[in-house]
Design a binder for this molecule. Structure first.
Ligand SMILES: Cc1cc2nc3c(=O)[nH]c(=O)nc-3n(C[C@H](O)[C@H](O)[C@H](O)COP(=O)(O)OP(=O)(O)OC[C@H]3O[C@@H](n4cnc5c(N)ncnc54)[C@H](O)[C@@H]3O)c2cc1C
Length: 550
């Protein structure tokens, strides 16, 4: 019997069956970056691993971040040196294992009258040392004219700035590629599979896993279960009558997407309004996104959305930073909201609370991890697996290989990612793919570009656009369904292709063609195709600017 690709529809069904058939060493619940990273690390060490995600990989906070692989310069202010050091060093590892998805971006720290320039300069020099920065990454001081060249229209009184290097990613694809890497190294992985912890005589022994696509529930047994459900961590425990050993607090952060023509900045920057409010702005191709608020959150965990008041407040902060840009609410193309899980520090606001993760295991058979960052997911996985090993009473079969094994999309890039991108861009252009689509594809994908070219060898129609207005190809939808476990139209439009947040008009005009391609692979009826389309349209509307209250 041939084994199906682990992220094909058959591979997903096979994984669910296999999970129920064998007792796993580790069952990871939650397919955000934390759970995907833990599953990958555990599989690479040789443990028998399962990973289940109730919706889609990255559908929680891990597709709603600021999408920066960053050193956390800001945390120096709070004296969190260990976190800064860990984050700063991780950047190089992540660039190595994901050269296709971790793009360098110059980051500018503008300095205004009243700021302590010398302190920021000293802080940045310290950061360079902690990060073991290469000459290209090292910080340098810019005069106000050079700052304004990069950030036109920035407010006064500007005294200069410090420029250094950070990295920008697509968080949802990054998460999915970690889950795929886990599967390619032996983990059984399924999305749209909700887990409910199974407790027997005070010990967690596995989980009941319900496949949302078929409605079938199976018992999955594991020697240790890892609760990596992020904002849902306390909820996952409460559903099994357990409670978190560490008090948690949630905070909500939002982002707004603008056309770069409305705010034509180069690279990324910290924002500081005249009243002291802070944020950041990031350029991603023809877009700029700005964020983020940071407010304690007690609302629903599923589908957090921006409110009109939050959008207006964030926009007014950006307007204050760039008074001559003439930014209006009509310039906002998309919005997103994410929830942070923080370990409560009494007397501190959520903004000032440490971003460090916490791992605990006070119930036999269960390890919980909460908090942390996208950037530090690898060391977080290492700490979690240490607790798993303690529960199992044995060392992992093999060493940590997560810094060496390249993520699937980066495999063909070798030491010359730029050279790889250029040759694939030429090959796509030669076959008639337009420049806008080529730019988007080479930003988002690595070896998938070869897969697209191979599809075109079979049938050139796979390189046609899903819609003339949207620079995305029919072949992307095919690959997403066949090899990336896209099981719904939202999976593809939001988390595989990034069209929801970064496509023109949320990529809505491309959605019908995408639904056809997905539906053919996944065997959808005409009714199901219509339902998927309606669900996507409603979802897209929730990611635009909310209407003002009547
Ligand atoms: C506004 C904002 C901006 C940020 N920006 C950055 C940044 O730029 N850089 C950075 O390094 N970090 C950033 N972070 C932090 C980073 O995004 C988070 O630390 C990270 O995404 C959390 O991942 P997670 O896997 O723990 O949680 P999640 O991504 O939320 O994953 C948890 C998953 O568990 C699933 N789940 C829940 N219950 C169940 C169940 N019963 N069964 C199965 N699955 C279940 C959920 O569906 C969800 O997908 C940001 C955070 C926020 C909020």
């Amino acid at each position: 019997m041939t084994v199906p690709h682990p992220f094909s529809p058959e591979g997903r069904a096979h994984a669910l069956e296999e999970m129920a058939r064998t007792r796993l060493d580790v069952l990871v619940v939650g397919g955000g970056i934390t759970g995907a990273g833990i599953a990958r690390d555990a599989a690479l060490r040789g443990w028998r691993v399962g990973l289940v995600e109730k919706e889609d990989f990255g559908s929680g906070t891990s597709s709603r971040s600021s999408k920066i692989i960053h050193g956390g310069v800001r945390y120096l202010e709070y004296g969190q040196f260990l976190l800064v050091r860990e984050s700063a060093r991780e950047r190089r590892v992540l660039r190595h294992i994901a050269p296709h998805l971790v793009h360098p971006i110059p980051f500018l720290y503008p300095i205004f009258g009243g700021d302590r320039f010398w302190m920021i300069r000293v802080g940045m020099a310290l950061f360079d040392r902690m990060a073991s920065a290469t000459p290209a990454e090292r910080s340098r001081t810019l005069d106000p004219a050079l700052v304004r060249e990069r950030l036109p229209g920035l407010r006064d009184p500007l005294r200069g700035g410090v420029l250094y290097m950070e990295y920008i990613t697509d968080d949802a694809r990054f998460t999915t590629e970690n889950a795929l890497s886990a599967a390619l190294h032996g983990a059984r992985v399924a999305n749209h599979a909700r887990a409910q912890l199974l407790v027997s005589r005070g010990q967690v022994v596995g989980a009941e896993v319900t496949d949302a696509l078929t409605g079938r529930t199976r018992a999955v047994h594991a020697r240790v279960v890892v609760n990596a459900t992020g904002p849902w961590a306390a909820h996952t425990l409460a559903a099994a009558d357990l409670s978190p050993a560490r008090p948690l607090v949630l905070s909500k952060g939002i982002h707004l997407l603008l056309d770069a023509s409305a705010l034509p900045i180069r690279g990324a920057c910290f924002l500081k309004a005249s009243g002291g409010r802070r944020g950041l702005a990031m350029r991603r191709m023809d877009h700029v996104y700005v964020g983020t608020s940071d407010e304690e959150y007690g609302g629903p965990l599923d589908a957090p959305r921006t409110t009109r008041a939050e959008v207006e407040e964030l926009l007014s902060m950006v307007q204050d930073c760039f008074p001559s840009a003439g930014l209006r609410i009509e310039h906002v193309r998309a919005t997103w909201a994410g929830i942070r899980t923080l370990v409560l520090q009494r007397g501190k606001t959520t903004r000032d609370t440490s971003r460090a993760d916490a791992v605990w295991s006070d119930t036999p058979g269960l390890v919980t991890i909460a908090g942390g960052k996208l950037t530090t997911y690898r060391p977080m996985a290492r700490r979690t697996l240490r607790a798993v090993a303690r529960q199992l009473g044995e060392d992992p079969p093999g060493p940590d290989r997560t810094a060496e094994v390249i993520l699937p999309g980066g495999e063909l890039m070798g030491r010359d990612p730029e050279g790889y991108r250029k040759t694939r861009a030429r090959a796509l252009a030669t076959r008639g793919v337009g420049p806008e689509a080529v730019a988007r594809l080479t930003w988002l994908y690595g070896r998938q570009l070869d897969d697209l070219l191979a599809l075109a060898d079979r049938d050139p129609a796979w390189l046609e656009l899903l819609h003339p207005d949207v620079p995305a190809l029919r072949g992307e939808a095919l690959l997403a369904a066949e090899r990336e476990m896209a099981s719904t139209l939202i999976d593809f439009m939001d988390r595989r292709s990034a069209l929801l947040l970064f496509g023109p008009g949320q990529g809505e005009t491309a959605a019908p063609a995408a639904a056809e391609v997905l539906g053919d692979v996944l065997g959808w009826s005409a009714e199901r195709r219509a339902g998927e389309l309606a669900a996507y349209r409603a979802y897209a509307a929730e990611h635009r600017v909310p209407a003002p209250p009547p």
